[in-house]
Design a protein around this ligand. Structure first.
Ligand SMILES: Cc1cc2nc3c(=O)[nH]c(=O)nc-3n(C[C@H](O)[C@H](O)[C@H](O)COP(=O)(O)O)c2cc1C
Length: 347
């Protein structure tokens, strides 16, 4: 374990210029499909994340006007609206970028990191790292289609034998890309093992545009370590936000020597927070779809803040089709979790 007192987080509090877009600090929320929708991004930004990114949008579906894509690219009113596109057809990527920019996107990100078979099977996401010429044709198409800055998110490579992220990053920079984000795993690792933070240094050394380091960060100490080991300019945090949309903001506040805003500090505030998130999702998606989509968030909030909840209470919340019932049970469950914690600490 390194001496944490020697690691420096302060850089994360500084603003960052991404192709002319001013980002207020260097702690970003990662794009996560099915998770970082508008209600989630609004919360993460309000807590102090420097940048938030839409879930990936399939450029082919966007170009064909498929229902549901509109919600994913819709401007959320935040100062910097960043939309991520996935795909493998240059014409679709260019058209998708034009549509997103037309909706007010300030930055377009290209997904070259998604490991899912559904995506790589269509030669999109991290499969693009197997064919850099094709990857470059997509980058050039997007850069040529829009005036706004274009960024790329990638992994270290397809597998251990093909760690070509430095080359992709360099070629992307030459094609006009303004920033790259690197998840310190290969595609074939999916999410196994531990992200290799030192390997990200090779990408940092290959380019002069900002490099964002990503993978397994969830605390100020981990943010300081990934910065130290990668030399990156910024840090992106994904799964540590489950049940805690304030994670990036809280690390950014620590870096600035401040306290993050809006973190619920009592069982009552936590219940209000979770219920407001739930209601925002129902309002956005409608009751039927919202109920289903909100369940994973409710599950994470319960795991994280009410782990002692009885399994029947938990099950009732996660299976109910009646929002009023869910809300009443959420209040009970956070209150009893707080009371049992009080009892334990008094014992
Ligand atoms: C459920 C889930 C959905 C994801 N969706 C996307 C996505 O839409 N676009 C993308 O570039 N990466 C996506 N990712 C990858 C994350 O952005 C991030 O690179 C990865 O989770 C590693 O960071 P972490 O260890 O902080 O979670 C997703 C990850 C998860 C777990």
């Amino acid at each position: 374990m390194p001496d944490l007192s020697k690691l420096d987080l302060t850089k994360l509090a500084l603003p960052l210029d991404v192709g002319g877009a001013r980002i207020r600090n260097r702690l970003f929320l990662a794009p996560m499909s099915g998770i970082t929708d508008e209600p989630f991004r609004q919360r993460a930004y309000a807590h102090g994340a420097g940048l938030v990114v839409s879930e990936m949008v399939a450029s082919g579906e966007l170009a064909r006007g498929r229902a549901g894509c509109g919600l994913r690219i819709r401007h959320s009113g935040l100062p910097v609206h960043m939309v991520q596109l996935a795909g493998r057809e240059a014409a679709h990527m260019a058209e998708g970028a034009r549509i997103a920019a037309g909706e007010g996107a300030d930055i377009i990100d290209i997904n070259m990191g998604c490991p899912a078979k559904k995506v790589t099977g269509g030669y999109a996401g991290s499969a693009l790292m197997r064919d850099l010429d094709h990857a470059l044709s997509l980058i050039e198409a997007v850069v040529g289609a829009v005036e706004v800055p274009v960024t790329v998110k990638m992994r270290l490579g397809w597998d251990e034998g093909a760690l070509n992220a430095p080359l992709l990053a360099r070629r992307a920079e030459q094609a006009g890309v303004s920033m790259v984000t690197v998840h310190g795993r290969t595609r074939c690792q999916f999410y196994q093992g531990k992200a290799d933070w030192r390997a990200i240094a090779r990408i940092k050394q290959a380019v002069s545009i900002p490099v964002v380091a990503n993978g397994d960060v969830g605390s100020p100490a981990e943010a300081a370590m990934i910065l130290d080991q990668s030399g990156a300019d910024a840090v992106m945090v994904g799964r540590a936000h489950y049940g805690a949309p304030w994670t990036a903001g809280s690390i950014a506040a620590t870096a600035a020597g401040e306290t993050a805003s809006g973190i619920p500090a009592s069982p009552q505030a936590l219940a209000d927070y979770v219920i407001a998130h739930y209601e925002d999702m129902l309002a956005l998606y409608g009751i039927e779809s919202g109920l289903r989509q909100a369940r994973k968030h409710l599950g994470w909030y319960l795991d994280r803040h009410a782990a002692s909840a009885a399994s029947d209470q938990r099950k009732a919340i996660l299976t109910s089709f009646e929002p009023a019932q869910v809300i009443a049970r959420l209040r009970d469950v956070f209150q009893s979790a707080a009371e049992s914690a009080d009892l334990r600490s008094a014992a």
